[in-house]
Design a protein around this ligand. Structure first.
Ligand code: ADE
Ligand code: ZN
Length: 346
């Protein structure tokens, strides 16, 4: 076995949490065709190759222009269940033992699908993952930042009856001209209702650093999704380190919406002792699930097995599990590394 094969095998088996995963971004073409047939929807693309040919993204905006229209096939609670369940089966193969999964209710309610269909379908899959796969799975409701603050507030209200099924709220979609301050009120309300808070600060946006500063100092989230532009500002890096803020990095996604994985930035934050970890973002579109992302970054940046262990430990430390659950998962990572003769990070 070559060293890179050994590293890949180690990476896939490593117990890990996935904290940055859009359920709607796990819609593989095969399931898209199946759901379209089930719901009597005529798709413009008739073959797998035709669907894949539309995946020519150069930035976040061009990705989102493909991502949203594909969701039309999702209609019933069963559809949402089947989408999440297909992801969880793949996550299991990639070593995921805990997942905190984003969903975009406004992408569905805005086309007439009831919130109830979305949440009951996703929740059913999350419960089933615990029972049948040994994966603890949680849901994070993301507001679409290119919709109004009022729409976000109304979405939060419709989520309140399902509060026990949703661990936190996030913010995604197009960051351009949609800064965090637009949502400070709705995030304050979500915090008061007991939701945990995270927010996307996408890569190389106009005003990236200002947005990261606002998220850290005004909104005061517990994690930042992407956020690696923080390397440009040592003062913000120091604040994030002191607070143990999690950074949910997605290297393969970065290579689609910018010209590179941002490996140097991710590794520099790792070496600086920040709580960075690796995730997949929209794996059906970027062709890489979370274990694939560990391998891709390790190969690109020449990382060791011990570095991957640090990412896995960070994934649990930055999760919204209880301290006891975190400690148990971190111990499991240590046992896995020890059983394969891999040194633990110091
Ligand atoms: N929605 C799905 N993936 C996203 C990403 N990477 N950034 C912003 N919004 C998204
Ligand atoms: Zn994302």
């Amino acid at each position: 076995m070559t060293d890179s094969l050994a590293l890949a095998e180690f990476a896939y088996g490593l117990p890990k949490a996935e904290l940055h995963l859009h359920l709607e971004g796990t819609l593989e073409p095969e399931l898209k065709f199946e759901l379209a047939a089930r719901n009597g929807i005529e798709l413009a693309e008739k073959t797998f190759e035709e669907v894949k040919a539309t995946y020519n993204f150069t930035d976040l905006t061009s990705f989102l222009a493909v991502y949203y229209p594909a969701m039309q096939v999702l209609q019933t609670a069963d559809d949402f269940h089947d989408l999440a369940w297909a992801y969880l089966l793949r996550a299991k193969e990639q070593g995921v033992v805990h997942a905190e999964m984003f969903f975009d209710p406004q992408a569905h309610t805005s086309r007439g699908v009831p919130f109830e269909n979305v949440i009951t379908g996703y929740h059913r899959a999350a419960v089933r993952a615990g029972d049948e796969l040994g994966i603890s799975a949680e849901l994070i409701l993301c507001f679409l930042r290119d919709f109004s603050a009022e729409d976000a507030a109304a979405t939060l209200e419709s989520a309140l009856p399902y509060k026990d099924w949703i661990i936190g709220v996030g913010l995604d979609s197009d960051e351009r001209d949609n800064p965090p301050s637009k949502f400070s009120e709705v995030f304050a309300r979500a915090r008061a209702e007991g939701f945990r808070l995270t927010m996307h600060c996408d890569i190389d946006q106009v005003g990236s650093i200002d947005n990261i500063r606002a998220v850290l100092t005004d909104i005061r989230v517990e994690r930042i999704d992407h956020g690696t532009n923080i390397v440009e500002d040592p003062e913000l890096v120091a604040i994030a380190k002191e607070r143990g803020l999690g950074f949910t990095c997605c290297p393969v996604s970065n290579s689609f919406v910018t010209e590179q994985m941002k490996a140097d930035e991710i590794v520099s934050l790792l070496r600086a002792g920040l709580r960075v970890m690796i995730n997949s973002d929209d794996p059906a579109y970027f062709g890489a699930y979370v274990g694939d992302n560990y391998v891709a970054l390790a190969e690109q940046a020449g990382l060791s097995e011990t570095d991957l262990v640090q990412f896995a430990i960070n994934s649990f430390e930055a999760s919204w599990l209880t301290p006891e659950q975190k400690a148990a998962f971190v111990e499991r990572v240590g046992e896995y590394a020890g059983s394969r003769g891999v040194a633990l990070p110091v």
